[in-house]
Design a protein around this ligand. Structure first.
Ligand SMILES: [Zn+2]
Length: 234
C-alpha cells in the first residue's frame, strides 16, 4: 500500500484502494474516496431525481434484453443465496412486517378485496387450490362460525320480525346477483355477531348490498355506512 491519499471530500487520509479508479486522473484514481463519491452521487441523484429516473429508464429500454438476461442469469446462479437472503431479511423484520401488512390491510381493505377478487377471476385454478388449502386449515373455524351465525339468527330474531319481509330481502339479493352479474348478499346492518353491539335478525336490520362491500365491512357496525332506522332495531 503506502500510497495514501487525502480525500478531497472528507479530508481523511486513506489507502489508495479506498479510491475508485479513474483513467483520466494522473495516477489512475479519483480524488474523492468511495464513500464520498457515493454520497456525492446520492445527492446529485436526489436533486435531479426525475432526470435521473428518465435516464435510467431509457438505459433500461435501450439495453432491456442484455439487462434482463443478466438478471435472469444472476437469479439462476444464486437461487440459494437469494432465498437465504430473503429468509434472513424476513426473520430480522418479522414483527415490522406483520404490523405493516396488517395496518396496510386494514387501511386498504376494500382495495385489497377488489384486487384479490380480480386476481381470483383471472386465476381460477390457483384460486381453487388456495381456497381448498385455506378451507382445510380453517374448517373448524368455518363450522363454528356457521353454528354461531345460525344460533344468532335464531336467538336474535324477535317474535315480531316479519318473515315475509325478511324473505323478500333474501330474494332481492339473488335477483340483484342475476341482474348485475355481481354477487349480492343480505347484510346485517348491525352485525348479529358483532364485537361491540349485536343487532337483531329482523327485516329492518337487513339490507341488500354487494358482497364486496360486505366483505370490506366485515363483522363491524360502521355508523353512517348506510342509513337505517334505529327505533326498529334496538
Ligand atoms: Zn472521503
Amino acid at each position: 500500500m503506502g500510497l495514501d491519499r487525502i480525500c478531497k471530500g472528507c479530508g481523511i487520509e486513506k489507502p489508495l484502494s479506498d479510491f475508485s479508479k479513474n483513467k483520466e486522473s494522473k495516477d489512475g484514481h479519483r480524488w474523492k474516496c468511495k464513500p464520498c463519491m457515493n454520497e456525492m452521487k446520492r445527492l446529485n441523484r436526489a436533486s435531479n431525481l426525475e432526470a435521473h429516473l428518465e435516464k435510467e429508464r431509457k438505459y433500461y429500454r435501450d439495453n432491456k434484453e442484455t439487462l434482463d438476461s443478466y438478471t435472469k442469469e444472476y437469479r439462476e446462479k444464486n437461487t440459494d443465496h437469494i432465498k437465504a437472503y430473503h429468509k434472513q431479511y424476513y426473520t430480522d423484520h418479522e414483527d415490522e412486517k406483520l404490523i405493516y401488512s396488517k395496518e396496510y390491510y386494514e387501511e386498504n381493505k376494500a382495495a385489497s378485496m377488489a384486487y384479490s377478487l380480480k386476481w381470483g377471476r383471472e386465476n381460477k385454478e390457483s384460486r381453487k387450490i388456495a381456497r381448498g388449502k385455506y378451507a382445510d386449515k380453517n374448517l373448524e373455524k368455518y363450522k363454528q362460525w356457521a353454528r354461531n351465525s345460525a344460533l344468532a339468527r335464531k336467538t336474535q330474531s324477535p317474535v315480531y320480525a316479519d318473515r315475509v319481509k325478511m324473505d323478500i330481502k333474501y330474494r332481492a339479493s339473488r335477483i340483484m346477483t342475476k341482474l348485475t352479474g355481481k354477487m349480492y348478499c343480505v347484510d346485517h346492518i348491525i352485525p348479529i355477531q358483532g364485537e361491540l353491539a349485536s343487532g337483531l335478525h329482523h327485516e329492518d336490520n337487513l339490507q341488500v348490498i354487494p358482497m364486496i362491500t360486505n366483505s370490506a365491512k366485515g363483522n363491524r357496525f360502521v355508523p353512517g355506512f348506510i342509513s337505517w332506522e334505529l327505533k326498529h332495531v334496538v
